[in-house]
Write a protein that binds this ligand. Sequence first.
Ligand code: SF4
Ligand code: SF4
Length: 175
Amino acid sequence: MKKDFDKIPLGPDHPIEKKIKWAKRIYSEYSHHLLQDKTICALLEKYRQSIEENWQVMADTGVVKECTSCALQDGGSCCGSGIENKFDVVNLLINLLMGVELPSQPWDPTGCWFLGEKGCLITARHVICVNFICKRLYDALDSQSIHRVQAAMQKETENAFLLEEYLKVWLAKNG
Ligand code: SF4
Ligand code: SF4
């Protein structure tokens, strides 16, 4: 198999369809090798755990309740069309490695490509999605809850970063 990783569209400035196509291609050709790499498996597991912990903290502190109410009653406002453009091929590849099925078209043309009927469809969200606390949340949560949420967000984004950087090096070395 000819490796042409040097042609991977790097960074966010490419159409999402093209980035998804590349992520799926790398996944179908190399997931077997990637998932045999002990460091990748360990980083994936650590990242997955911190994502779960963050969701638990968001549930415990009332973020999930507030966001559900915002989305159902007020239409939400933070998963709009275009946010998917922030993702790069590595972000998308990580989702595939976590067993996520990437949609081939958006469910809602006015929303983010990854927004489904019941919320976000992907597991490994972009750092801008993870780190977002809007005014409504600042108003609804006490300062202790805000600090808990921020700490959980930070842990998730740090683990995402470690995995992304390792995968970039892996692709550069093996391409
Ligand atoms: S983060 Fe803010 S704007 Fe987005 S769904 Fe939650 S409450 Fe609404
Ligand atoms: S949380 Fe999910 S649906 Fe919302 S903007 Fe981020 S990736 Fe898109």
